[in-house]
Design a protein around this ligand. Structure first.
Ligand SMILES: [Zn+2]
Length: 416
């Protein structure tokens, strides 16, 4: 077996053993014992390849090698160490391990870089233990909102601050301390979708991370007898919801990529077989990479819900509770990454990300880019999450080439 494949497989098995569930799958929630164990394992791995390992105040772990010529300029790579409950073994930790492997190879081949290089294992990204996502990357840029978490509890009732203390970090000591030395951040991640596999590509260079709007819509009509109420006399909230959904899904289909629209959660009241539904509460998740297009579709959503309700004599309430703008990646880095990958002979596709990632937090502060490796059948947040080992290795090759270009060359790194 080829050495690169062996190295990839070995480090993946080593880290995936921590937090592994018996029937497969990985659960490594923020500040849990398995989280701490994984960070300690990475700490040792960083030191094995000659990096200096350090935790910051929230438990982000950094492995650093000081640059020879421009130590004050840091090229950063990595991703998050936490997982969703019963997640796979690649989401997040692949980006850390790819960074570890790529930096290890570079140090072995070329010695110390001109600029400083760091691999980061972000404490948290998924929001799967406490109702707060991107705690790790937000902390790096000085945006972690401690007060928003003061009363936060996990599903077992543990306070955030207690969980943090158990993992060895002091909640009260957290102060916004944005890093100023980062000249580039590159995140490797699995695609978690099926585009690359479909197109038979190895690397997906991300142009933008889609913006998202999420709504809860409530349609209220009149619950009534399913047998004695003629169709013409009903105020059926379910019919209203169904009409909204069909209208909007048709419209979304007409608009096509990169717009996506999902009605993921529906609650019907009273939810009884022989009662005309009096109320339906449903969620809407809408994403697009272009702010204007996202805003325009948001107006379509609002007017369609209003219209369908009015047609049936229902009342409609619409609550928009998430409104995240699209985040473009750094254009210069996109070009450099695409060029470097193609020079290496990697089949490289340029695409957007429909999912959120740490890169969207860092991109507002530092030149940031990310790239994907294919996900088999597009499956993620699931123990069946998988990527061909050759594609995982191709991602490490890509990252090695990118980090070489950024940290070992004389080229200027422009600020964002
Ligand atoms: Zn992730």
């Amino acid at each position: 077996m080829n050495q690169k494949i062996r190295d990839m497989r070995d480090c993946l098995l080593r880290l995936s053993a921590i937090g592994a569930a018996e029937g497969g799958g990985l659960t490594r929630l923020l500040y849990s014992p398995s989280w701490r164990e994984a960070q300690d394992c990475l700490c040792a791995m960083f030191e094995e390849i000659g990096l200096t390992a350090n935790f910051d105040q929230v438990g982000n772990l950094f492995g650093r090698i000081e640059g020879r010529e421009k130590p004050e300029e840091t090229v950063l790579t990595g991703s998050h160490v936490d997982t969703v409950r019963n997640g796979g073994t690649l989401d997040g930790q692949y980006g850390i391990l790819a960074g570890w492997l790529a930096v290890g190879r570079l140090l072995a081949k070329h010695g110390r870089p001109k600029r400083s290089m760091e691999v980061v294992s972000f404490a948290e990204e998924e929001g799967s233990r406490f109702p707060y996502a991107f705690w790790g990357s937000k902390s790096l840029v000085g945006l972690a909102d401690r007060e928003a978490l003061r009363q936060a509890r996990d599903a077992e009732g543990h306070l955030f601050s207690e969980a943090m203390e158990q993992a060895g970090f002091d909640f009260e000591a957290v102060r916004p301390a944005p890093r100023k030395d980062i000249k580039a951040f590159v995140e490797a991640h699995i695609e978690q979708g099926g585009v690359l596999e479909n197109l038979n590509q190895q690397i997906g260079v991300v142009t933008d991370i889609a913006g998202q709007k999420r709504y809860t819509a409530t349609l209220t009509g009149e619950a009534n007898h399913a047998g004695t109420t003629p169709m013409s006399m009903r105020h059926d909230a379910m019919e209203g919801a169904a009409r909204c959904m069909v209208t909007l899904l048709d419209e979304a289909g007409k608009q096509g990529d990169p717009l996506v629209l999902t009605f993921g959660k529906v609650e019907v009241l009273p939810n009884i077989v022989n009662v005309v539904p009096g109320r339906v509460i449903f969620t809407v998740d809408c994403r697009h990479t272009d702010q204007k297009a996202l805003d325009a579709f948001a107006r379509t959503i609002e007017s369609a819900i209003g219209q369908c309700a009015a047609d049936l004599g229902l009342t409609a309430e619409i609550d928009c509770w998430m409104n995240e703008p699209p985040v473009p990646m750094n254009r210069e880095l996109i070009e450099r990454i695409t060029r470097v990958c193609r020079e290496r002979g990697l089949k490289t596709h340029v695409m957007h990300s429909g999912a959120g990632h740490d890169s969207q937090i860092l991109a507002r502060h530092y030149p940031t880019a990310m790239f994907f490796v294919p996900s088999i059948k597009g499956i993620s947040h699931n123990p069946a999450e998988e990527t061909r080992i050759e594609d995982l290795v191709a991602g490490v090759d890509a990252l090695e080439a990118i980090l070489y270009d950024l940290a070992y060359s004389n080229s200027q790194l422009k600020s964002n």
